[in-house]
Design a protein around this ligand. Structure first.
Ligand code: C2E
Ligand code: CA
Ligand code: CA
Ligand code: CA
Length: 279
């Protein structure tokens, strides 16, 4: 029926109405998700490229929706960013990660650092540095156990508030990763100024490895740039043994991806933490 009305004013009107109501409904649901604590953390391992030894975990949030089940972040983070809900979701994520680390530590698990993703909006609203400091203190965690991932575009954000929070977090002894590297336009000057520790090369580059020589050349130049800045290099989205082999040859430090493990809930990641060597 919609097809017949194509091109008429009513069609657009209906569509706009549908979009608005579904957005409002989703906003309501998201607000309820926050008050009902419907978020869960999945963890994905990051391993040393040569030995396969576990180097850390990345915390990836999921919305455990009462009807839809596990909802991936791409389906709610953009909305949460635009409404500001990301502030409380982000706080929940760090809180849950710290509580989990404390629990693992208390039960004698040899824990590894866990990185959390922090968006520009979270930095801009401020206070993320204070939040981190108070959670580490509350859970009695060494700062090296928590790491922060910020995207290349966040890093290039002109806000001086971001720069000062990054500096404070850095000074606390928390390692910082430049996420989705290669997708934005960061400058060498900025990388140096921010004194970040890890370049995390975007999945788009990894997926080109083994397909074309140009993909390798590009990767290689990012690796040597990172080394020149004394940064470690992580490749994300590693899905095949062939990609791993190429990355080892290129001198990449750490890898992450489905080839090692998909992101898993805490109970399922624990055996991998204990296993230690993942290939
Ligand atoms: P990201 O930070 O780039 O996270 C990596 C994404 O790639 C994750 O998707 C992960 O599941 C996926 N991935 C990992 N290995 C592979 C692989 O081998 N192949 C493929 N095809 N995909 C792989 P996920 O968990 O759906 O997260 C998507 C994005 O949502 C993240 O991208 C991040 O930008 C955002 N996000 C997740 N959790 C949080 C959070 O707590 N706060 C904020 N602000 N953003 C978050
Ligand atoms: Ca990330
Ligand atoms: Ca990424
Ligand atoms: Ca990404």
């Amino acid at each position: 029926a919609k097809e017949e009305r194509k091109g008429t004013f009513r069609f657009y009107d209906d569509q706009l109405f549908d979009r608005l109501t579904s957005r409002l409904k989703k906003e309501d649901e998201l607000a309820k998700a926050i008050s009902d604590d419907q978020f869960v953390i999945y963890y994905q391992p990051r391993v040393h490229a040569c030995s396969g030894e576990l180097a850390g975990l990345e915390a990836l949030v999921r919305w455990n929706h009462p009807e839809r089940g596990i909802v991936p972040p791409d389906e709610f983070i953009p909305l949460a960013e635009s409404t500001g809900a990301i502030i409380s979701i982000g706080a929940t994520v760090i809180e849950k990660v710290c509580a989990q680390l404390a629990q693992w530590q208390a039960s004698g698990v040899a824990v590894v650092p866990v990185s959390v993703n922090i968006s520009a909006r979270q930095f801009n609203t401020g206070g993320i540095d204070r939040l981190i400091a108070s959670l580490l203190e509350q859970h009695r965690l060494r700062p090296e156990l928590l790491e922060v991932e910020l995207t290349e575009s966040t890093m290039m954000n002109e806000s001086s508030d971001i720069a000062s929070q990054v500096a404070t977090i850095n000074a606390m002894g928390i390692r910082m990763h430049v996420d989705d590297f290669g997708t934005g336009y960061s400058s060498l000057a900025r990388l140096q100024e921010f004194n970040l520790h890890v370049l995390k090369i975007d999945r788009a580059f990894t997926s080109r490895l083994g397909q074309s020589k140009s993909g390798e050349v590009l990767f290689k130049s990012i690796v040597s740039m990172g080394k020149a800045l004394s940064m470690r290099i992580t490749a994300e989205g590693v899905e095949t043994a062939e990609q791993l082999r190429v990355l080892q040859a290129l001198g990449c430090d750490e890898i992450q991806g489905y080839f090692i493990s998909r992101p898993l809930p805490a109970a399922e990641i624990l055996p991998l933490i204990q296993k230690r060597f993942l290939f």
